[in-house]
Design a binder for this molecule. Sequence first.
Ligand SMILES: Nc1ncnc2c1ncn2[C@@H]1O[C@H](COP(=O)(O)OP(=O)(O)OP(=O)(O)O)[C@@H](O)[C@H]1O
Length: 532
Amino acid sequence: MGRMNVSMMRYLEGDHFRVLIAVEMGMKNHEVVPLALVSSIAGIHRGGVLRTLNDLCKHQLVAFERSKKFDGYRLTIRGYDYLALRALCSREVVGSVGNQIGIGKESDVYVGGDPELNDLCLKFHRLGRTSFRKIKEKRDYHKKRKSASWLYLSRLAAAKEFAFLKALQERGFPVPKAVDVCRHLVVMQLVVGQTLCNVNHVEDPAALYDRLMALIVKLARHGVIHGDFNEFNLILLEDERIVMIDFPQMVSIDHPNAEFYFDRDVTCVRTFFKRRFDYESEDWPKFDEIERKGNMDVLLEASGFTKKMALDLNKAYDDGNFLAHCEQELRNESGEKEDGESDSDSEEEEDLEAIHEEEEEEKDHEEVKAQVQAVKQQKIVLSQSTRFNDWLSDATNLLENVDLKALKTEEGYDDSDLPEKITHPHGVVAASDSSENEEDEDEEEEEDHVAVEEQVAKVVKKKRQAGGGGVGARSVASSAATFTAEEIKRKLALDRKRNKEKIRLKVKGKQSAVSRNRKDNKNVISEYAGWI
Ligand SMILES: Nc1ncnc2c1ncn2[C@@H]1O[C@H](COP(=O)(O)OP(=O)(O)OP(=O)(O)O)[C@@H](O)[C@H]1O
């Protein structure tokens, strides 16, 4: 058992605790809290929060985790301890923390001191520690309080212990004096003595036995049964007085199993005395003989520790399952799912859905890319073909208007300049498949066009100079383009429309997710008021 390392507390600033609290709040309904949520709860810009979170990670007050759906931060046990200690420090209840003096199944107990250096006992509840594996198995469950289960249950256990300590103390029971409670930390008087399990010899075992039985009966008369009355939860003082220190399973005398718990407490004491001090008594209290004189059980229910809290906590203790209350909540919510399997089914379904959504998104993205590429390509083809078609029809018109026969008969006519065969323009366009040669081919094409244009112009000029010749009315040859300009335009417009619709749909989805997150954050902040 070592010492709690609280040296870092000195170096932490206000912002560190602000961010720690933000993570704690976020964990109320998140397994891991994303950076954006921490930033919005803390009210600090992301850069500042990230820097602070890095510091906190370094000192193991928060841990960064990658989960299936998103990455984020979770509060560590150490971080939670620091939060509780800091709050109690500012209330001037705790001034120092010393060595660990006890370690239970669900708690760590340290000796501490108030600002005037009077001894105190600091009990940190750690529910869920024994069932940590179960919590780990369900890591990626992002429903309700499931993620913050250990925070919630530890806080409940502390609240219950504090309420019971106070009530018992007021009724004159031998218990440590309750000082304060914050989160999962109960501050109480330090009892200087020995746990009964470590005591091997007592002066008068019979007297001690009688005192213990009287204590069980007194509790029952006040309406409660300890439920775990054994040598581990009793401290023997130097003057052989007894102090009760732990009552996690205390139940009302009206509980359906009250008699069973009462008898178990009595048997525990009898067995221990026989084994340790070789003392056996003929006399022991019976449940039927108990006469109720007080109603501490009713008063406790009316205190801060509500029935719902007690139910959650008792269910966790009884089942050894510290997530039982969460499952109950979920079942109540769904109303249809009856067993744990269906829960895990829905979990799997959700995961599958998410994966599908991601795949769909990726597909959409690729589709849009391909469409954009196709549109670009079509634009290039369109500009080339329209330009060339225009030129071709001009040239064809001019050529058709030329009366070659008349021209040949004219004096000074020389047809050696004319190309033997004019290559069809689409031969050139069709050949330009590869994008690498595109520019070179464009240039070549341009040069060819210029050469043909020049030759045609020469011929026309000569004809004009000759000053005559009939104009033949011939049919115009149609261009051999695969798509007409209108068709391509229509296709482009259709594609543009489809893309627009897709983008519009996505934006709508994002917007609703953002407002949903904002609403969630608002709720968390407003609910947090009753946490501390
Ligand atoms: N007020 C106190 N003064 C001195 N020591 C204490 C005090 N409270 C607890 N301890 C020490 O801490 C040990 C653990 O405390 P406690 O039994 O309350 O924890 P627990 O987690 O409830 O244990 P378990 O559930 O295993 O019985 C005790 O055995 C005792 O030695």
